[in-house]
Design a protein around this ligand. Structure first.
Ligand code: KIV
Length: 295
């Protein structure tokens, strides 16, 4: 590898990585910074990435957070669901993403997804699995579900691990949910979602992904959670931030595009341009549009 002296851009055997964001203008994203953004109403732009190069491009394009999601099972490994993703696979991809971000002296907050079966047995198992992802370079871990998970979240947070929750459509339990469908539509399921969200905030979760939750309910939850920033995917425009799977927003998808996805590549000349457009649209509140991308 041959890098320029001031590390403005980096030439590797597989191409030139984008210029690093000037440290003077972009400070590293930290937990207090995410909390400040939330408090002053600046939308948080999150995107998934699974490898070094795309992570570096996403960082240079200005995303606040990269989620190394277990969606990599479907996107990278060709699985039918995320259920088959292992902790070892997550460790490998977190390490790759973190290397990409570090190589360009990036600023992005990196979240590692705890895969199915890696945190369900006990709080101790969750701690061991989280340590694997944190030691691979993640700044935060994400886990799915409500109710029983709040005890686990508290255990991790007390031990210095920032945690992102995930409610609504939780893909690791897709079989129990009966498919990829909108959650929280009935009075009873909306009440359960509200209770689980408040419990996660109380346990110390500082981010909360809301997936395929009706826009009105997500907006209400967002207002009810001053200490936990909601990040929507198919949850409308009223959340504190947004996340998309990178391949989806680049229009690279083997199946049918979900209603909540917008193809930002269609009007962009490059991957970096598409991600910059996504970040701008999230920050300006132009994406998502409730009657197009939500329920
Ligand atoms: O695994 C993932 O990429 C996710 C996002 C879709 C939120 O959980």
């Amino acid at each position: 590898m041959n890098s320029t002296p001031d590390s403005v851009s980096v030439t590797t055997s597989y191409g030139t990585l984008p210029p690093a964001s000037p440290p003077a203008t972009r400070k590293p994203v930290s937990l207090p910074r995410l909390q400040e953004m939330h408090a002053r109403g600046e939308k948080i732009a999150m995107l998934t990435a699974y490898d070094a190069t795309f992570a570096a491009v996403a960082d240079a394009a200005g995303v606040d957070c990269i989620l190394v999601g277990d969606s990599l099972g479907m996107v990278c490994q060709g699985l039918n669901s995320t259920v088959g993703v292992t902790l070892e696979a997550m460790r490998y991809h977190v390490e790759s993403v973190v290397r990409g971000v570090r190589r360009i002296q990036g600023t992005t907050w990196v979240i590692g997804d705890l895969p199915y079966g890696s945190y369900h047995e006990s709080r101790e198992q969750a701690m061991r699995s989280s340590a694997v992802l944190m030691q691979a370079g993640a700044h935060m871990v994400k886990l799915e579900g409500g109710g029983w998970t709040s005890e686990t979240v508290r255990f991790l947070v007390e031990r210095g691990i920032p945690v992102c929750g995930h409610l609504g459509l939780t893909p690791q339990t897709v079989h129990a949910l009966g498919g990829y469908r909108v959650q929280g539509r009935t009075g009873e399921s909306a009440a359960t979602l509200r209770r689980h969200a408040l419990e996660l905030q109380e346990a110390g979760a500082t981010l909360l992904v809301l997936e395929m939750v009706p826009a009105a309910l997500s907006a209400e939850l967002t207002q009810a959670l001053p200490r936990c920033a909601t990040i929507g995917i198919g949850a409308g425009s009223g959340t504190a931030g947004q996340v998309l799977v990178m391949h989806d927003m680049l229009g690279v998808n083997l199946g049918k595009m979900a209603r909540f996805v917008h193809d930002f590549m269609a009007d962009a000349g490059s991957v970096r341009g598409a991600i910059e457009a996504y970040v701008r649209a999230v920050k300006d509140g132009r994406f998502p549009i409730d009657d197009q991308h939500a329920w």
